[in-house]
Design a protein around this ligand. Structure first.
Ligand code: ZN
Ligand code: ZN
Ligand code: ZN
Length: 144
């Protein structure tokens, strides 16, 4: 978490590393990510909507962050889209988010389990896997 000052510094650092200029929308969206414990979905950003925040801008900003390796998409079992902050090893066009996502049935949060690798899956002969997404559902440690 950290103080507001630390968060502001982290945000400008992240944007600088990704060669993005600091805009109000980018700052506000990154602030939301840093203050949340888990994944965010579109409705979380829409709560921000005001004069300076139209949906198109929010959508475009999220797409930029995805492209730059700042956030990644989280697979969901419904049609919603969720995003979470990437770790520092992600860069433009090179995501390394091979971790398990955990969806809590109690609080509804989706959490990145960065320390937990996706298990190797044995596919039948002739199949080639390009991407494996694992979402585990259950009860998180805060709800236990
Ligand atoms: Zn990533
Ligand atoms: Zn929970
Ligand atoms: Zn994740």
């Amino acid at each position: 978490m950290g103080t507001k000052q630390q968060i502001t510094e982290r945000i400008s650092g992240l944007l600088r590393e990704s060669k993005l200029s600091v805009t109000e929308t980018r700052t506000k969206i990154l602030e939301l990510f840093m203050k949340s414990n888990g994944a965010l979905e579109h409705s979380d950003f829409e709560k921000l909507a005001g004069q300076s925040f139209d949906r198109v801008t929010v959508y475009r900003t999220l797409q930029t962050f995805l492209d730059k390796g700042i956030i990644h998409k989280i697979p969901t079992t419904d049609t919603s889209v969720r995003y979470a902050l990437c770790k520092s090893e992600c860069s433009e066009h090179h995501h390394h988010d091979h971790h398990i996502h955990f969806k809590c049935e109690e609080c509804g949060n989706t959490i990145c389990l960065d320390e937990t690798d996706v298990p190797q899956i044995q596919l039948p002969k002739g199949y080639a896997a390009h991407n494996v997404e694992v979402v585990v559902s259950g009860v998180c440690k805060s709800c236990k």
